[in-house]
Write a protein that binds this ligand. Sequence first.
Ligand code: BDR
Ligand code: CA
Length: 312
Amino acid sequence: ARKIIIDTDPGQDDAVAILLALASPELEVLGITAVAGNVPLHLTQANARKICELAGRPDLPVFAGAVRPLVRDLVTAEYVHGKSGLDGPDLPEPTMPLQPRHGVDFIVETMRATPAGVTLCALGPLTNIALAINRAPDILPRIERIVAMGGGFFEGGNTTPAAEFNIYVDPHAADVVFRCGRPITLLPLDLTHQCLTTRARVERIRAIGSPVGTATAALLDFFERFDEAKYGTDGGPLHDPNVIAWLLKPELYGGREVNLAVETGSELTMGMTVVDWWGVTGRAPNVLYLREVDADGFYDLLVARLARLPAG
Ligand code: BDR
Ligand code: CA
């Protein structure tokens, strides 16, 4: 199985991504590192543990990472995710422990201990991953690939007209990551906005009939409320599970190797991911930028996998 670390700020769609990973034998989740993003860190780390318990994996180590972005003040998104970050289902407070080590230490030490390499799945602001790279550049060869949800160029931003939330919250961290020289796959808004949580799709998930199916449907019911009104669609975009789905079934996705640079200088376009789709800069590609997705195939995969939980 492919060894992964999930770095995340749950977040309803983060939660669904974690569930998808834990339901998939192709992936070995070594640990989960929480980052401040959708809500502050004390909530994202607790939410990550709630989801592990829901999945039947209280044994999985969950770590708290960075409490704030590298340079800028933390911006959160309670207006999308609710006060807890995981509003919707009625999940119990977690009883599994939070690991005592810092999330960035876990990333660094795990990389050093894993010569075969680890894939980093980034579902939130890129603060923890940038900190790990800056602190321990010796781990770079051990980063097999970074698969991240974030950015967008053709669809416009969801947090400012120019920027997507994960990149906007910590553009300086994103800049470190996109310039790190390791293979990166990006699943931007251009793609996730095609993966709508339509009523029919949410009902398929509810019809699984298990606690995981019921909780996931409740997560998506809550999550889509804001976006549906914003975009005027049947359902809202489902972002983060695409990171895991790409690892499982890359044939569902299409895109191109391009050069991508992050705006960190101008307030107007702060956090914009500038994509050289037509190769006009001559700068070397640093990202596999995915713009196409078979959304029905994605939901088929999601429903089939969620039906396998809880584990064990
Ligand atoms: C991203 O921001 C968060 O609100 C979601 O969890 C996702 O990672 C979408 O812009
Ligand atoms: Ca997220």
